[in-house]
Design a protein around this ligand. Structure first.
Ligand code: ADP
Length: 170
């Protein structure tokens, strides 16, 4: 029988910022794959709040206790090429609702056109995080709202700095 290598799951996204929903998916995928790579992809359609390097540092700090997770940034390449380069097993994506379904469906078709070996594993969002999105959190933060149960502590602190929360709210 053919020797099988390490199963590598690649969770690519903007993570601007990483939410508790993303973190939940990272934790769950770390039990399915031998190694999970959180891949920060620079999304050309979105104006970023955090630079890729800031996101890298924050996500590394949030995931440091999950031993089979590593974080990387993808700057000048397609996810499909990266997948090939690291000998990925599957892409990991999250499914919150039917909108995500339609979006992920298109991404899968496009990815397969670039690399026919690219498989995607979709994980349902946990019920308690299903409503969470990075853009919603940014909107709340713009008006200095409470985001404490939406993002990990390190991210909350960084968000409060970006949005100049008054220091009493820190
Ligand atoms: P992108 O710009 O690639 O959509 P995101 O950072 O918004 O990047 O999302 C990355 C992945 O995480 C997507 O598959 C998205 O559906 C999933 N995701 C986003 N929010 C949640 C959540 N609250 N729970 C589970 N998965 C989520």
């Amino acid at each position: 029988m053919q020797e099988k290598g390490k199963k590598i799951g690649i969770f690519a996204g903007s993570f601007d910022p990483l939410t508790n929903g993303h973190l939940n998916l990272i934790n769950r995928s770390s039990k399915i794959f031998d190694q999970v790579i959180v891949l920060i992809a620079v999304n050309t359609n979105k104006v970023a709040l955090f630079t890729a390097d800031e996101r890298l540092e924050l996500i590394q700090s949030v995931t440091q206790d999950i031993e089979n997770v590593k974080v990387e940034t993808l700057k000048d390449d397609l996810v499909a090429n990266y997948f090939e380069k690291v000998n990925g097993t599957a892409m990991i994506r999250g499914l919150r609702n039917t909108q995500d379904y339609d979006y992920e469906n298109n991404i899968d078709i496009i990815n397969k056109k670039q690399n026919e070996n690219l498989e995607t594993v979709l994980l349902y969002a946990d019920n308690q995080y299903r409503y969470l999105s990075s853009s919603l959190i940014k909107e709340i933060a713009t008006f200095h709202g409470d985001i404490s149960d939406m993002v990990p502590k390190q991210i909350e602190t960084a968000m409060k700095k970006k949005y100049n929360y008054p220091s009493t709210e820190n």
